[in-house]
Design a protein around this ligand. Structure first.
Ligand code: GLU
Length: 447
């Protein structure tokens, strides 16, 4: 296969699906060499099949806001690939959600889930609903309306959604309540990220951020360093950023910045446990303003409107917000200010030019599909607990998560080791995930 030819065909077929095309290009470039050494892949047209979702559901979601006005949104579920298990992946509620975005996320999820070592295929879904400024009741009505369509597409052995941007424990609760009413099925395993009293796993809310720090620690230990005593800049203040900030502080690092769509909060003496707890209040408020942190903790925090986390001098950058949130100019600024490591926690958080700049300038870089896989891995652990009707302790879940992150790091090293002894983590993660999915597709014939 030739990446350029496949990309030209996809660009003609899906013009304007920029996020999807960007994600596919990155993976194909990484795997082209190894793919071409396997004629059996080419014979079965693995790549051509892998870049197309198995199926896509699209539906209208109508609900009534607090003023009595009828509102209409669009919802989707993209079931991308089931070669290694039932479809698995989150739901995103954000005003910019589109089919292209969910195809990119579903495609990435397929390889990420393969890296976790657990039997999960890839999927993603969501709606162009904007949670910003919505009341608790509006959130509930939207989640219920969304589920009146989604329930027919999912099931504990078919497709298991979870949270993503704009969807946390509260939204999963409202959706699960409606699912039971419609489906008359009471198997908690149909969704993950549930409350701990009704089938949720201890540590699932923290898992993406904790896992990201375990991965970062692995990457640093390999070169004789540690996160301890280093300055970390984090973008975002949602669930992922929260878990990352908490674990980074526990490991002795100093979180010196968090950011939001309105600007950046500089925290020169490092984030405190009270401040990380407050991130949860900020997320639940639906105000989408990081300035609230500076208002609440004026002595520790300096807010700069319009600023980014990447403006603040740091050693390690952890993008935890949204795709393409870190561009080449940001990468240059990070380097100028002394940053030497960037672990992408958001899905496709860095623009390709930013990644190229990091790699060309000796800045350690690891991609989201490896770094953030602890979230979906712990969803997999939640599914196991649900299926076997048991609850593991926090310690048990944390140990399993840690073990999984170590093995993801090992896979990246195995497939990404360069002749000079360094590791290309982008290549490593893409090839490791790809080989597993491609092998399974081959075993299962032309379907
Ligand atoms: N949305 C998360 C991700 O991007 C978690 C998905 C899940 O737990 O299914 O991996």
């Amino acid at each position: 296969m030739k990446t350029t030819e496949i990309m030209a065909r996809l660009r003609a077929k899906y013009p304007g699906e920029v996020e999807y095309l960007q994600a596919v290009q990155e993976v194909l470039e990484s795997v082209e060499d190894i793919y071409n050494r396997h004629p059996e892949f080419e014979k079965a047209k693995i790549v051509e099949r892998m870049v197309e979702p198995d199926r896509v559901f699209s539906f209208r979601v109508t609900w009534v806001d607090d003023s009595g006005t009828v509102r209409t949104n669009t919802g989707w579920r993209v079931q991308f690939n089931s070669a290694i298990g039932p479809y698995k992946g989150g739901l995103r509620f954000h005003r910019s959600t589109s089919l292209s975005m969910l195809k990119f996320l579903g495609f990435e999820q397929t390889f990420k889930n393969a890296l976790t070592t657990l039997p999960m295929g890839g999927a993603k879904g969501g709606a162009d609903f904007d949670p910003k400024g919505k009341s608790e009741e509006e959130i509930m009505r939207f989640c219920q309306a969304f589920m009146t369509e989604l329930w027919q597409c999912i099931g504990p052995d078919q497709d298991i959604p979870a949270g993503d941007v704009g969807v946390g424990g509260r939204e999963i609760g409202y959706m699960y309540g409606m699912y039971k009413k419609l489906a008359r099925e009471y198997n908690t395993g149909v969704l993950t990220g549930k409350g701990v009293n009704w089938g949720g796993s201890i540590l699932r809310p923290q898992a993406t951020g904790y896992g990201a720090l375990y991965f970062t620690q692995n990457l640093l230990h390999r070169i004789g360093k540690d996160v301890k005593d280093h300055r970390i800049a984090i973008s975002g203040f949602g669930n992922v950023a929260w878990g990352a900030a908490e674990k980074a502080s526990q490991l002795g690092a100093k979180v010196i910045a968090i950011s939001g769509p309105d600007g950046v909060c500089e925290i020169p003496d490092g984030i405190t446990p009270e401040m990380t707890d407050y991130m949860l209040v900020m997320r639940a408020s639906n105000r989408d303003k990081v300035e609230d942190m500076a208002t609440k903790f004026p002595d520790r925090c300096k807010f700069t409107p319009g600023g980014k986390a990447w403006d603040i001098p740091c050693d390690i950058a952890l993008p935890c917000a949204f795709q393409n949130e870190l561009d080449e100019a940001d990468a240059r600024k990070l380097k100028e200010n002394g940053c030497w490591c960037c672990c992408e926690v958001s899905n496709m958080g860095c623009r390709p030019e930013a990644i190229a700049f990091f790699q060309a300038n000796g800045i350690l870089f690891a991609p989201g599909k490896a770094v953030n896989a602890g979230g979906v891995a712990t969803s997999g652990l939640e599914m196991t607990q649900n299926a076997s009707h048991i609850n593991w302790s926090g310690k048990e879940v944390d140990e399993k998560l840690h073990f999984i992150m170590n093995s993801i790091h090992e896979s990246c090293v195995k497939y990404g080791l360069q002749p000079d002894g360094s590791v290309d983590y982008v290549k490593g993660a893409n090839i490791a995930g790809f080989m597993k999915v491609a092998g399974a597709m081959l075993d299962q014939g032309i379907v």
